[in-house]
Design a binder for this molecule. Structure first.
Ligand code: CP
Length: 344
């Protein structure tokens, strides 16, 4: 994945394929815009700024939150959405290439959101599209919109403690090999100063070298830990991830190292970390012995997993507005109080 084509800094008219299209400056502008969109994302205001625009979301892998929050974001901005899910209902099932599919679909719409099982595939969509393409996850490659909402949420959680991400220590745990959210997260967090990553992965699921190299070359510290307690000790944040069983052989997926629990309350107690900020990209695998985040942490104040999912809408709104070149002044002119009420 490290030899995939480079795309320009994210801005008007640009695809978003990798978090390496952000630097400190456009990340700060992006988060400022995302925060300003909160009343629309939280359904306190109605916006029609994307009236007449059409999004096509192409999801060739299962998704709940990424697809629905991208689509909600576009709809809440006044646009319309067309969706294709799975290969079965696409002419790719008849052998159509990514190149042809992308050129055809981009002729019908104003922006594409694409999830595909192969690393590098969304970059290929972008190379053949006549409209901007946003990467919603390419195999074990990257998941930039997830990393943006993760870091946006972590900033808010650290601010509650009077801290910033600069100087923080984060335990990153779980399937670090196939977990694309981790790859994007570590690259994006490396824009901050003096970040320490304490990694724990079960055997055969260690972080790819190119990601740790990216982080260390950006000035972050990467420490490999041999168990969960070691990774948690001294950490401000823990980022836990699901085992991506669909991306590995059945033999590895069923190995004894991938049974049991990745992170639970007892481990946090042992590491003296009950006040830690707990993040997870979700989904959380709730089946027995899934080697994921246990539900016995759900009443801890640092549990941020649903604040992350809620922030997915405003972050993805900011992605659309940025690539479509819409400023917050134009958004304000097309926004009004809502005349109906469901929730506050
Ligand atoms: N975090 C994430 O990508 O979730 P979905 O697979 O449900 O979209």
């Amino acid at each position: 994945m490290n030899d995939s084509p480079k795309f320009p800094k994210f801005g008007p008219g640009q695809h978003l394929i990798s978090v390496d299209q952000f630097d400190k400056e456009n990340l700060r502008e992006f988060f400022t815009m995302a925060q300003a969109l909160r009343p629309i994302a939280e359904r306190k205001q109605i916006c029609t700024v994307l009236d007449g625009a059409v999004l096509c979301s192409l999801f060739f892998e299962p998704s709940t939150r990424t697809r629905l929050s991208f689509e909600s974001a576009f709809l809440r901005l006044g646009g319309e959405v067309e969706t294709t899910t799975g290969f079965t209902f696409s002419s790719m099932a008849k052998g159509e290439s990514i190149a042809d599919t992308s050129r055809v679909v981009s002729g019908y719409t104003d922006v594409l959101v694409v999830r595909h099982p192969d690393a590098g595939s969304v970059a290929e969509f972008a190379q053949h599209s006549v409209v901007p393409v946003l990467n919603a996850g390419d195999g074990s490659g990257e998941h930039p919109s997830q990393a943006l909402l993760d870091v946006f949420t972590m900033e808010a959680e650290m601010e509650k403690k009077g801290r910033t991400i600069d100087g923080c220590t984060i335990a990153v745990m779980g399937d670090l090999k196939y977990g694309r959210t981790v790859h994007s997260l570590m690259k994006l967090m490396s824009l901050y100063d003096n970040v320490t990553f304490q990694l724990y992965a079960p055997p055969s699921l260690e972080l790819p070298h190119y990601v740790s190299e990216y982080a260390t070359q950006s000035g972050s510290r990467v420490i490999e830990c041999s168990h969960q307690i070691e990774a948690l000790s001294g950490s401000d944040i823990v980022y836990a991830t699901r085992v991506q069983r669909e991306r590995m052989t059945e033999e590895i997926a069923k190995s004894k190292e991938l049974q049991g629990c990745l992170l639970n309350r007892a481990m946090l107690e042992e590491a003296n970390a009950l006040d830690i900020i707990i993040c997870h990209p979700l989904p959380r695998d709730s089946r027995p012995d899934s080697f994921d985040l246990a539900t016995d942490v759900d009443d801890l104040p640092g549990l941020s997993i649903f604040r992350q999912t809620d922030n997915g809408v405003l972050v993805r709104m900011a992605m659309f507005l940025t690539t479509m070149g819409v400023s917050m002044d134009i958004v304000a002119a097309k926004t009004k109080a809502k005349p109906w009420k469901v929730t506050d």
